[in-house]
Design a protein around this ligand. Structure first.
Ligand code: ADP
Ligand code: ZN
Length: 610
């Protein structure tokens, strides 16, 4: 079939663009000439034109299958703005609207019809379409047809009938998912195994990618928003739960942002209103679950933040791909914690899915974990998931911009694994860290954990650093979540053995351990000198409490009391009442080693002394 119109003229006249992007020209030529195919491009890569232009160039009606009403409505509205006779057929229409679409369809007045898969499968719809001259079928978000994909929709399975029922009509499937299994599945189910696959570049170099351990998510995201946005664009915060979207939006509104929430638990009208508000062009912040975004094609979204680990590299890339479609600088921040990884692993392990599916899910999660834990260019690893090999590091991810220094943390890792093991793999990380740091908590006392050989062997490493080490071990499979609970209770795995035996080094980013080194390593010379207060008398209860503690500590170690701290230092401490290790380090006579050995005990004695 020969094209009735020149694609480039349509691109210019209808869409107002001068050039096709990437592989668009090639795809449009192929489809316009009557060919079928599968198009793989990232979100924001320009997939729509790949079927819209051919549909306008070919005689007959173009039928676009789309999974979401909002997506259809927006596309139809945009096309109408461009003077294209477009309509949508879905369950959201009222009687009158449906009649109008049917009429236009029957009269041959439509050029593009968007339709939901379940509606297309209705015998009446197929029959009416069969009576028309059809330009093409486009199957958008085609990965929804595959159970291997990250967004399976059973109703997409009905689309397998297209090839049998309309063998002469070209079929274009489009997706931003590119893992081999899903691609094969799509080709098979849509009978595209003989048709070409057009794989565009998946790189979206304008999106800066940053990943950080979640510490204080609210503060981290606030700082990120401030940096990422000039106040004119919109942003999306992906939250792990519905409640979290509402909390986040409410908090942002209190801080003066125009913020909305969005999740699948809202009724359709509210969701639609939120979508419209977001699409309005105002600088809106959307706190949403992953239910939000498919079909949102606002071009000037400036940033996307993730509160927690996304479902996999594909969903992550799809979600951050919603930023910067206009090609201008955009940013993405991903925050994650050890529990995200642990919970994701557990969820897969305990899902009722078939083993083959579980293996794929595990593999997908492992690829994501490798990216977020990476010390080298994250974009290279990410794009590799889509079959793209960047010839060099991207220069626009946090690993490229601030290359982390790696340090050997093997010793600390072994201590942590031993502590997990010695405490029986039955306790949360907080308790294990208390044991390592030699804290005298009730729990430590009641389980007799102060008698363990690991008690207090990790005082030199700060709590936050221990958490980072744990996350790293978890990411690399040396720790796993205990199976009978959803609490962050960790157990050592087989993979811990070579580490415990010292056969396998554990390298960690220096920043992850930095907290550890900060307080104790400060040199005496840097501290401001302070006049020594008079030595406290018996009336100072803190001083007395410290002396009592010192006596006990000295007796336990069979050393003279003054080698632990001279009276003068105890008096200084009692007078200054430090509340943190940093403050304590400022006290005359408290060196790094003593801070390590006794710091926490001293602070506890002070607290107890009131
Ligand atoms: P996808 O469906 O792949 O996520 P879209 O089709 O929504 O991406 O396109 C993303 C953005 O890029 C849209 O704003 C679209 O108008 C724009 N765009 C696509 N192709 C071109 C082109 N050839 N020239 C200019 N802008 C384009
Ligand atoms: Zn990079």
């Amino acid at each position: 079939m020969t094209p009735t119109t020149d694609p480039r003229a349509v691109l210019h006249d209808v869409f107002g663009f001068t050039d096709f992007r990437g592989r668009q020209a090639e795809i449009v030529a192929h489809v316009t000439a009557g060919g079928s195919g599968l198009v793989l491009m990232p979100t924001g890569g320009g997939k729509s034109l790949c079927y819209q232009v051919p549909a306008l160039c070919r005689p007959g009606l173009g039928v676009v299958v789309s999974p979401l009403i909002a997506l259809m409505e927006d596309q139809v509205a945009a096309l109408r703005q461009q003077g294209v006779a477009a309509a949508a057929l879905h369950s959201g229409l009222d009687e009158e609207e449906r009649r109008q679409v049917s009429l236009d369809l029957a009269n041959g007045r439509l050029k593009l019809l968007y339709v939901s898969p379940e509606r297309l499968a209705l015998e009446g719809t197929a029959e009416r379409l069969a009576r028309r001259d059809l330009a093409l079928f486009a199957v958008d978000e085609a990965h929804c047809i595959s159970a291997w994909g990250h967004n399976f929709r059973p109703e997409y399975r009905m689309l397998t009938m297209l090839a049998e029922r309309f063998p002469e009509v070209p079929r274009v499937a489009l997706t931003a998912t590119a893992d081999a299994r899903t691609v094969d599945d799509i080709r098979e189910r849509l009978s595209l195994t003989e048709a070409p696959v057009f794989r565009g570049s998946f790189d979206r170099p304008n999106i800066r990618i940053e990943v950080a351990p979640r510490d204080n998510a609210t503060a981290q995201i606030a700082a990120f928003m401030e940096e990422a946005d000039d106040g004119r664009g919109a942003g999306i915060i992906y939250c792990p739960s519905r409640a979290e979207t509402e909390r986040t939006a409410a908090r942002l509104r209190r801080d003066g942002y125009d913020a909305l929430h969005y999740h699948a638990g809202m009724d359709a009208a509210d969701r639609r209103a939120a979508e419209r508000r977001f699409s309005s062009g105002d600088p809106v912040v959307m706190a949403a679950t992953i239910a939000f975004g498919m079909g949102i094609d606002r071009p000037d979204v400036r940033w996307v933040a993730h509160h927690a680990l996304p479902g996999g590299p594909e969903s992550w890339y799809q979600e951050i791909g919603r930023a910067g479609r206009d090609g201008a600088a955009a940013r993405a921040l991903l925050l994650y914690g050890a529990e995200d990884i642990a919970i994701a692993r557990r969820r897969i392990a305990e899902s009722p899915a078939a083993d083959a599916q579980k293996r794929l899910d595990h593999e997908r999660l492992d690829r994501l974990v490798a990216i977020v834990e990476s010390a080298t260019c994250r974009r290279r690893l990410l794009l590799r998931c889509f079959g793209d090999d960047l010839p060099q590091d991207c220069g626009n991810c946090d690993a490229c911009l601030r290359p982390p220094r790696l340090v050997d943390a093997t010793e600390a890792a072994r201590k942590l694994l031993s502590a997990v093991h010695r405490t029986g793999g039955r306790f949360g990380l907080g308790h294990v860290v208390d044991v390592l740091r030699g804290k005298d908590t009730d729990k430590v006392g009641s389980f007799g954990h102060d008698k363990l050989s690991v008690f207090g062997i990790g005082r030199d490493v700060a709590e936050g650093a221990w958490k980072n080490i744990a996350r790293h071990l978890l990411a690399h499979g040396a720790l796993e979540m205990a199976s009978e609970t959803n609490l962050p209770i960790y157990q050592a795995t087989e993979a811990a053995r070579p580490i415990l035996r010292g056969e396998q080094p554990v390298m960690l980013q220096e920043a992850a351990l930095r907290e550890a080194a900060r307080a104790p390593r400060r040199s005496r010379a840097q501290r401001p000198g302070r006049p020594a207060p008079p030595i406290g008398g018996g009336e100072d209860s803190a001083f007395e409490a410290l002396r009592a503690w010192r006596k006990e500590a000295a007796t336990r170690q069979s050393v003279p009391a003054y080698v632990i701290f001279p009276d003068r230092t105890l008096a200084d401490i009692a007078a200054q009442r430090p509340r943190t290790l940093d403050d304590l380090a400022e006290v005359h006579g408290v060196g790094a080693s003593k801070l390590d050995r006794y710091g926490l005990d001293v602070l506890r004695v002070l607290r107890d002394a009131g």
